[in-house]
Ligand binder design. Structure first.
Ligand SMILES: *Cc1c(COP(=O)(O)O)cnc(C)c1O
Length: 220
C-alpha cells in the first residue's frame, strides 16, 4: 500500500468533525511529500529539530503540530512556525511558550496533556494540576497562548476495555473543563486522542483529533 492509499482509506473513514494529524516522525521529506501531494496539510512531529528541518524544506501551507514532549529550552526553535503544541504538561512550559510567542507577536495554540495511562512512563498532568493551571492568575494574564483543549495517550495494550476506560476518563475531564467560559486565551474545542492502534475507540469516546503515523507511513 502507498502512503496515498493509506491516507485516503483513513481519511474517508473519519467522521467530518475529526481532524487527522499525519504523524511523520522519522520519515524522510519524500514520504511526507507523498502525503502532501495527496492533500494532507497537517503533520505531527515529536522532535523539535526534525520538525524545524522539515518545515524549512517543505511547502509553507503545512500546519506543523508538535506532539512530543517539549523541553522548555527548545520552545524558541519552533515558536516562529508551529501551529499547535499538543503536549503542554506544566505551567512553566506554558509560560515559556507565551514568552516566545510574544517575541514573534503571535499567538500559539496549545493543548494541555493529561496523564490517563496506567503506565507512569507517559507525560502529562493529573486533573488537579490541570485545574490549578487553568485557575492561575498567571495563565489568565497570558496573551500569546490559546489553550484549545486536551491531549492524552492511552496505555499501550491490547486490552480494549482498558483503552476505552482511559479515553472515557479523558473525555469526562474534557467535558468538565469545557464548561469553563471561553476567553481570548481559552477555547476548549479540541480533544486530541487516538493513534494507529486505537483511533477507532478514541473516536467512539469523543475524540476530535487523531494522531496517526504507522497506518499511513508504515512501521518505524
Ligand atoms: C508516534 C506518536 C503517534 C503516532 O503513533 P502511531 O502508532 O504510529 O500511529 C501519536 N501520538 C504521539 C504522541 C506519538 O508520539
Amino acid at each position: 500500500m502507498s502512503v496515498q492509499n493509506n491516507l485516503n482509506t483513513i481519511q474517508s473513514s473519519l467522521p467530518p468533525h475529526v481532524t487527522l494529524v499525519a504523524v511523520s516522525k522519522t520519515w524522510p521529506v519524500s514520504d511526507l511529500m507523498e502525503a502532501y501531494n495527496a492533500g494532507q496539510r497537517i503533520f505531527g512531529e515529536n522532535k523539535i529539530q526534525e520538525m524545524a528541518d522539515k518545515h524549512d524544506e517543505m511547502p509553507k501551507d503545512i500546519q506543523w503540530h508538535m506532539i512530543g514532549h517539549v523541553q522548555t529550552n527548545k520552545v524558541k526553535y519552533m515558536a516562529p512556525f508551529v501551529s499547535l503544541i499538543h503536549g503542554v504538561d506544566s505551567l512553566k512550559l506554558l509560560v515559556e511558550i507565551n514568552r516566545q510567542a510574544k517575541r514573534y507577536r503571535k499567538v500559539i495554540d496549545c493543548l494541555l496533556q493529561l496523564h490517563i495511562a496506567e503506565e507512569d512512563t507517559k507525560f502529562g498532568m493529573d486533573e488537579s494540576e490541570l485545574t490549578v493551571l487553568l485557575e492561575s492568575e498567571e495563565f489568565k494574564q497570558m496573551q500569546n497562548v490559546r489553550v484549545k483543549g486536551l491531549m492524552g495517550m492511552a496505555t499501550f495494550t491490547d486490552n480494549k476495555d482498558q483503552i476505552r476506560k482511559e479515553f472515557n476518563k479523558l473525555k469526562t475531564v474534557f467535558d468538565t473543563i469545557a464548561k469553563i467560559p471561553a476567553t481570548d486565551n481559552y477555547q476548549p474545542t479540541t480533544l486530541s486522542m487516538g493513534m494507529s492502534g486505537d483511533y477507532q475507540i478514541a473516536i467512539e469516546c469523543g475524540s476530535t483529533m487523531v494522531r496517526i503515523g504507522s497506518s499511513i507511513f508504515g512501521n518505524r
